[in-house]
Every structure is written in structure tokens, then in C-alpha cells.
Design a protein around this ligand. Sequence first.
Ligand code: URA
Length: 213
Amino acid sequence: MPPVTDDRRRAFDDLRREVEGCARCVLAETRTRAVFGEGDPDAELMFVGEAPGYHEDQQGRPFVGAAGKLLDELLASIGLGREQVFIANVLKSRPPNNRDPRPEEIAACQPYLWQQIELIEPLVICTLGNFATKLLSGDQAGITRVHGRPRAAVIAGRDLYLYPIFHPAAALYTPAMLATLKEDMARLPELLAHTRGEAPGAPQRDVAPPGED
Ligand code: URA
């Protein structure tokens, strides 16, 4: 990956400021702080969750609650820290009482995520749970069906792989899901090596046929 240029860094900072002052949807009225995302603006690997929760809204940082602690542990299990990846969400503002994101909120926020992807140029985007997976794949197939299966995609004009995995918040209280999440995470280094051209052949598993959850 080429290093971040001053222009790219400036564009990233401008985008951050825009998100922090955003009033494109009603969530601006109830949020405490917008959550732009954090990590390496030059990361090969990006994680996209659903939306900020209570702690993220208070601190203006992504994944700082219980789900974030699990995400940190999962990252550590493959030798990474959060400063080596970029962590973002579909929505940059917290929905009241952590309700599901609404279609019009996702549509209003989508350009920010696409601009982040354009600037970061990740090789792999790990989508956490249904909302991120469906938005980025453009496919309604649910996470239970598609988790752990890399899928080639073009997003914001970039060729990359999507790698859907269960959302850490969902896995926190479901041991079987947590075990699957850990297994899927363990295959991520191989996918990254493949995308860097270090590992020959196609990624281990292909995408499932379209279907429901
Ligand atoms: N869940 C998410 O999807 N994103 C966060 O930032 C925190 C919890």
C-alpha cells in the first residue's frame, strides 16, 4: 500500500469534521457525539459494524463497550491491535435506545462510509453482522448464511474482498456463535495474505448461493 499522502490525510480530516457536524438525518437530534471511526487511515483491513451504542455515543469512539472488548480480543488473536486496522460503522450516530438503523438513516450515512473506503483503500472489509454485510454486499442474504465466506466486490471504485462475520455483540451471549466468530476470525490472515498476492489460489471458501438468513 502506498503511504498516506498529505492530501489524503487532509481529505480524511475534512471528512471527519463533516461527519462530526452532520445533520443529514434525525439521529443528529438525539446523539451526544458522532462516531467517525478510528484506526490507521492506510489500513489494509477495515471493520464495519452497525451503529454506535451508549458508550460509543458518549466517547465518540467506535466499539468501546463490551462488544469492543471482544473485538479487541479477536484482533489480538490474529496478532493485530486496533491501531493497525480501521474500525467504522454503517451509521455514525447512535439510534435512540440502540434500535435498528432505519433505511433512510442508512441511505443518508452511506456516502460517508463509501468516502472512508475510497480514502483508506482497504484490501479486505470485514463486515460485522447483518446491517454492514447487507449494505456492503448489496445482497439480502443474512449473516448466518454468508459468514466466513470471502466475496470479491467493487466498492467506491476499489476491488476488494468482503469478509462477513458475526457481530461481536451478538456473539457475546451465544457460545456457539462466539466459537464460529473465533473460527472465522482465525481465517482472516490467510485471506489478507491472498489479497497481498502472498498466497496462491482463490480464498478458501466461496460465497454461498443467494438466500435468506
Ligand atoms: N456496535 C456496533 O455496531 N458499533 C459500535 O461502534 C459499537 C457496538
